[in-house]
Design a protein around this ligand. Structure first.
Ligand code: FCB
Length: 458
């Protein structure tokens, strides 16, 4: 009897992903200044249990132990983010050597372990001083970001294989400036749209700065949280609701970055809150600076229908037109649907719409209510099932001719899950936050086998 395995292509990159504010801690050490998340998490009621990233998973002090975990997993790549307020504390001026040194030590340790470093420049920790000057709704922040990209690339360019400019600019713009549920907690639809544009511009400017500072073989990328959308019914009204959300959730980022244009329907839809006059000549061409791959983060699809939703909404100007019904079926501890088909659909859409653009799944994973049993084991069969299903979807997208180069599991460690604090565990390594003890969950052992064989048991 033969068992069929789903084999991934030679050279497929297997990784895990983390983000600085979610794991590092050491919030006031070695010259780091507050980011918008340090400020936001201190406002009562913003983060569950009043949690902050002050200590997080203490990765700043336990970096070598965590790289040893990566070695145990056998991953080929590790995606982390560089904390802007650690490297350039006020968001302006020269780099801080001590901040850069941490990432030098980390990248040295990774390279000694034979693991390729994949660095994200912005995973949501804007220096507070830049928010005080206006934050992402103002153009100057895009210029500051390009400078930060340049400083960081000059210092680490010889040791980082892949650079990602931004992580999920949709979340920065719409959760941070429209819904107000992420830092900095503002609720202005107009500012959210300005932020989205300046993030696209910041990305393009950073790409230019990185190209100028990096060796030719470096790979430059952008990570988006694109939305797989399902209309509740085939009615014209539900399809119209889907079009609106597709414009705000997908095409607002894809069109500038890949086609140097803004979606016309989006400009029309949002006319009541902005005339887009902040878009200057040359901005869209700058946003479209060529990149080498697109990072795709996927957790769950979104069902849409015509109707009204609550305000403040993360969907500026759509709240009077769209509602988000709850589909039946299994869910994770985040209450997000488990739906691997949505990842297949997304990768297939991108293959069709962006031919020639290599894709990387830069985040995928699930939170469940994990705990260590008396023997110190963490049994997480639901996470294994989730990962299995989603990796099979990636495999199918590749078998169809999709150019998907890698998969980064979110996350290596349990960590500070933004407004949920430490209440949601996404790690394949359990962290006891009282002792900082790390324990490999069953899913970590399972993933290590998948990585070692570069194939998925069918
Ligand atoms: C993504 C974020 C990441 C993590 C996961 C669960 O939106 O990029 O930091 O919080 O969700």
């Amino acid at each position: 009897m033969t068992t069929t395995h789903l084999r991934f292509p030679t050279g497929f990159r297997w990784g895990t992903a983390t983000a600085a504010y979610q794991i590092e801690g050491a919030a006031a050490e070695d010259g780091r200044t507050p980011s918008i998340w340090d400020t936001f998490s201190r406002i009562p009621g913003t983060v569950r249990n009043g949690d902050t990233g002050d200590i997080a998973a203490d990765h700043y002090h336990r970096m070598h132990e965590d790289v040893a975990l990566l070695r145990t997993l056998g991953v080929t790549d590790y995606r982390f983010s560089v904390a802007w307020p650690r490297v350039q504390p006020t968001g302006r001026g020269p780099a801080l050597q001590k901040g850069l040194d941490f990432y030098r030590r980390l990248t040295d340790a990774l390279r000694d372990a034979g693991i390729r470093p994949v660095a994200t420049l912005y995973h949501w920790d804007l220096p507070q001083e830049l928010e005080n000057s206006g934050g992402w709704p103002i153009r100057a922040t895009a210029d500051r970001f390009a400078e930060f990209a340049s400083l960081t690339a000059e210092a680490l360019g010889d040791r980082v294989a892949t650079w990602t400019t931004l992580n999920e600019p949709w979340c920065t713009a719409f959760l941070g400036y429209a819904a107000g549920i992420h830092a900095p907690g503002r609720t202005s639809p107009a500012n959210a749209l300005r932020a989205a544009h300046h993030l696209n511009l910041a990305h393009g400017r950073a790409v230019q700065a990185l190209r100028a500072a990096l060796p030719g073989e470096s790979e430059i990328s952008l990570t988006l949280n694109l939305h797989t959308l399902r209309p509740l019914t085939g009615s014209a009204a539900d399809r119209e609701a889907l079009r609106r959300i597709d414009a705000l959730g997908n095409r607002l980022f894809l069109d500038p970055v890949f086609h140097a244009r803004l979606p016309e329907d989006l400009v029309r839809d949002t006319a009541a809150v902005t005339d887009w006059s902040f878009v200057e000549d040359g901005d869209l061409a700058a946003a479209a600076a060529p990149i080498d791959s697109l990072g795709v983060n996927y957790y769950a699809p979104t069902t849409v229908a015509a109707g009204r939703s609550e305000t403040p909404s993360p969907w500026p100007t759509a709240e009077n037109h769209v509602r988000f019904p709850r589909p039946p079926g299994p869910r994770t501890a985040m209450d997000w649907p488990v739906d691997a088909e949505g990842l297949y659909e997304l990768l297939t859409r991108l293959r069709t719409e962006l031919p020639g653009v290599p894709l990387m799944v830069t985040e995928n994973g699930a939170a469940y209510e994990d705990y260590a049993d008396p023997e110190g084991r963490v049994h997480d069969p639901e996470r294994v099932a989730y990962l299995h299903g989603h990796l099979a979807a990636v495999h199918r997208a590749i078998a169809d001719g999709g150019d998907v180069r890698g998969y980064f599991l979110w996350s290596l460690l349990d960590n500070f899950e933004w407004s949920y604090g430490y209440s949601k565990r996404f790690g394949i390594v359990h962290v006891d936050f009282a002792t900082q003890r790390r324990t490999l969950k069953d899913s970590a052992h399972w993933y290590a086998r998948v990585v070692a064989e570069s194939s998925l048991p069918a």
